[in-house]
Ligand binder design. Structure first.
Ligand SMILES: Nc1ncnc2c1ncn2[C@@H]1O[C@H](COP(=O)(O)OP(=O)(O)OP(=O)(O)O)[C@@H](O)[C@H]1O
Ligand SMILES: [Mg+2]
Length: 270
């Protein structure tokens, strides 16, 4: 079981001396489903890249499995934390979809039928099994996003970090990503996703962390984070509550009403 935590983490990009993270304290328990939201440039990707050691804190520390991540290489951390990049084209480098998905597990020692099974399962989870022989760059952007998701799924890490997984996806793609999150969590693994898609966040995650200017400004369940008292704070970060939250508030159903509850409340007012 893998817990991850940031303890007083600050990060300064040398280029331009931008303080992208400012004293972040964030503990995530094993098996949690956490969404990170915030306006452009608020530090979400910078935070995500600390979780697998791609970035190392300027101050503070990252703790993975109870020990300081600074004591482990990126290759070692890759066995615990899988990161799916925001931009798939910064992650893809193989000549075929199958080779791309096989690379990570092969690197950690998977061979033969174990490797084949990992690749097949990961491709099937994202609906790309028929594309196995294809060159990744012959896929469209949305399918390249699903491919990098599959390549990290095949690593079967206890922690999965997804940076903007639904960007560019149509309804079917969003449903696939939601199903992946649910199945990974059902196995007791942790999912942390950065997202601008408030509906995906409200419907798929149990905890929402709101960032602004490198800090965490709200941290709670979606029912609280999208509730009316938070709307001014969300608006000040250019975030909007979901349509369900605004309708739910008007009908007195809270911020994450079910469709059935909304319909029943509307019928009762006729
Ligand atoms: N490689 C870099 N070099 C210098 N500054 C950077 C670099 N990457 C990000 N920054 C800066 O750090 C801050 C945080 O950026 P980050 O990419 O973490 O934000 P984000 O919340 O992921 O934004 P978005 O929603 O646009 O993806 C921004 O001010 C950004 O301009
Ligand atoms: Mg980002």
């Amino acid at each position: 079981m893998t817990d991850v935590a940031l303890e007083g983490v600050s990060y300064v990009y040398r280029q331009g001396s931008i303080r992208a993270l400012e004293g972040i304290d964030l503990a995530i328990r094993s098996g949690e489903r956490v969404a990170i939201i915030g306006q452009n440039g608020s530090g979400k990707t910078t935070l995500a890249r600390h979780l697998n050691g791609l970035l190392r804190p300027t101050a503070g520390r990252v703790v993975v499995d109870g020990s300081d991540a600074a004591e482990r290489t990126v290759a070692q951390l890759a066995r615990s934390v899988g990161l799916v990049f925001q931009d798939p084209d910064r992650q893809i480098f193989s000549g075929s979809v199958r080779a791309e998905v096989a690379f990570g597990p092969r690197n950690v020692g998977a061979r033969g039928s174990d490797l084949d099974e990992r690749v097949a399962t990961a491709l099937q989870m994202v609906g790309l099994e028929a594309a196995a022989p294809v060159n990744p760059y012959d896929l469209g952007y949305s399918r390249r996003k699903l491919l990098v998701l599959a390549s990290v799924l095949a690593m079967r890490t206890p922690v999965l970090v997804l940076d903007e997984p639904t960007t560019g996806q149509d309804a079917r793609g969003v449903a696939l990503v939601e199903a992946v999150v649910r199945s990974v969590v059902a196995e007791g693994r942790t999912v942390i996703a950065v997202s601008h898609d408030m509906r995906f966040v409200a419907e798929t995650f149990e905890r929402v962390v709101v960032m602004r200017e490198g800090r965490v400004i709200i941290d709670g369940p979606p029912e609280d984070v999208f509730a009316e008292p938070q709307w001014p704070t969300l608006a000040s970060s250019y975030l909007e509550p979901t349509y369900a939250a605004t309708v739910g508030a008007r009908l007195g159903l809270g911020s994450t009403p079910t469709d059935e509850a909304v319909v029943a409340a509307l019928l009762a007012t006729r």
